[in-house]
Design a protein. Structure first.
Length: 292
């Protein structure tokens, strides 16, 4: 299992992924699941994956092969080359790039799916594609194993794949398009950390890529290991903050009533102990002397 997420913001994109993969509890390894492609100065793509590792790697290999072939055809055009073929180098819109990745993924699954199914193994992989092509807006797409896709929106600015449920609550409360890139990066790490606390198949190193819109370049790329001071400090601060808020939650009505009943009544002033008013030289707080 794995966990990847991306946020589509007014300022750009933030994409993050863990790097743990496993084939059983006794075979846990580390592979990068965040891949950056910049085939030309006017475009950039970030691709993340969750699912069958072999399928993912072949998808990446086919994308790189197509880029090599497209680059070669730009230099030495061939009459036989299909000029209508869309790939990362000649797509004009980001949705065309998402459609291309979906077709590549579906092709790999069709090639190997029957044999893997016979062995009881799924060939499926789910992908998140983010990026921008000059002249078009930046965007974020989730690509299903079946090859179709959908885009993040202002109403739902984040996309998740893999083990999504444990890291979702923080996203639901905080994620919004106007979030800064730095705050979004922190939110991604919090979401990853929360997931790893509840599911051992997700874990560091975590990778985070930050893209500022129209820059056509990754501004920051982080790799946070388990012993990274930044990751440990962020995790501890988030955990302490949640505990602090929990301890100060409003009390139930019956708790307030119980606390009031447990408090001793206030002690009356000394004057209230005298059953008769003071006077005729008798000191306050003492009974008057009997008449002779």
């Amino acid at each position: 299992m794995t966990y990847c997420l991306g946020l589509a913001l007014d300022e750009g994109l933030v994409m993050a992924a863990d790097s743990r993969t496993n084939a059983g509890v006794d075979y846990v390894t580390t592979f990068s699941k965040l891949h950056v492609f910049q085939p030309a100065p006017d475009r950039i793509f970030v691709l993340m994956s969750a699912g069958n590792l072999a399928t993912t790697q072949e998808v990446l290999n086919r994308i790189r092969r197509d880029l090599d072939e497209s680059s070669h055809e730009r230099i030495a055009p061939s009459v036989d080359w299909d000029r209508t073929r869309i790939d990362f180098l000649n797509a004009r819109y980001l949705f065309e790039a998402a459609d291309y990745v979906g077709r590549v993924s579906l092709g790999v699954q069709r090639d190997h799916g029957p044999a893997l199914h016979f062995s009881g193994v799924s060939a499926e992989t789910t992908l998140i594609l983010g990026g921008q092509i000059a002249g078009a807006p930046h965007g974020l797409y989730l690509i299903y194993p079946q090859g179709n896709y959908f885009a993040a929106s202002p109403q739902t600015p984040y996309l998740q794949i893999g083990e999504t449920k444990y890291g979702k609550p923080a996203l639901d409360r905080i994620a919004e398009p106007k979030l800064s890139l730095e705050d979004a990066a922190r939110l991604c790490v919090v979401s990853l950390d929360a997931t790893s606390r509840s599911n051992v198949t997700v874990g560091p190193p975590y990778e985070v890529a930050i893209y500022a819109k129209d820059s056509l370049a990754i501004s920051h790329r982080l790799k946070l290991t388990a012993d990274s001071p930044a990751l440990r400090a962020l995790s501890r601060s988030w955990n302490d903050g949640i505990r602090g808020v929990f301890e100060h939650l409003p009390r139930f009505d019956w708790e307030a009533m119980g606390e009031a009943a447990a408090d001793p009544p206030p002690r009356p002033p000394d004057e209230a102990l005298d059953p008769t008013p003071a006077g005729d030289g008798e000191p306050s707080g003492r009974l008057p002397s009997p008449a002779p």
